[in-house]
Design a protein around this ligand. Structure first.
Ligand SMILES: [Zn+2]
Length: 166
């Protein structure tokens, strides 16, 4: 697949994680907004069948997702158990650390999903790989605490945690 130029800061190219991914076209600074997710909202009750649909959707609240526009980079963004970006307030995808040029930009899919039925296998190959990836509420407490201040507040507030962190 040939490289598709997406924006001034990122491009789509073959990825070792899954087919294609998005990569930095220039060095990015920690905290910098890389792109913003745009799309249309989808509302549905959680169910085992429904959890198989919309692999590129991102959860924004209880039983509410955003289905990214066809040209939005979210459609190409891969999961990693050691992410360098996260979806935060305003649906902005923000760099978690400085990212050098040509590095794949990845997020932890558990930070955009609270569907109890959703799961996927991960082959990111990192030492910390959780292998079976599930919704935010199933993350180890320490990891949840690290992510929750940076995630969409509406999603954290809707996560069905048995014991609220903090
Ligand atoms: Zn992994």
């Amino acid at each position: 697949m040939s490289t598709q130029w997406l924006t001034k800061t990122i491009y789509v190219a073959p990825s070792s994680i899954d087919n294609v991914g998005i990569f930095s076209l220039r060095p990015l600074r920690a905290g910098e907004t890389i792109y913003t997710v745009t799309g249309k909202f989808v509302r549905n009750e959680y169910s085992a069948v429904f959890a198989l649909l919309g692999p590129n959707w991102i959860g924004v609240s209880k039983e509410l997702w955003l289905d990214p526009d066809q040209s939005n980079p979210m459609n190409f963004m891969n999961h990693s158990c050691e992410p360098n970006a996260i979806v935060t307030e305003g649906l902005n995808v923000v760099a978690l650390r400085d990212i050098p040029v040509h590095e794949e930009i990845v997020m932890d899919y558990s930070t955009t999903e609270i569907d109890p039925y959703w799961q996927m296998d991960c082959h990111c190959g990192r030492a910390t790989c959780r292998k079976a990836i599930r919704a935010f509420q199933f993350l180890p407490t320490e990891l949840r605490q690290r992510y929750e201040g940076q995630m969409l507040a509406t999603l954290v507030a809707a996560a069905p945690l048995t014991s609220k962190v903090g």
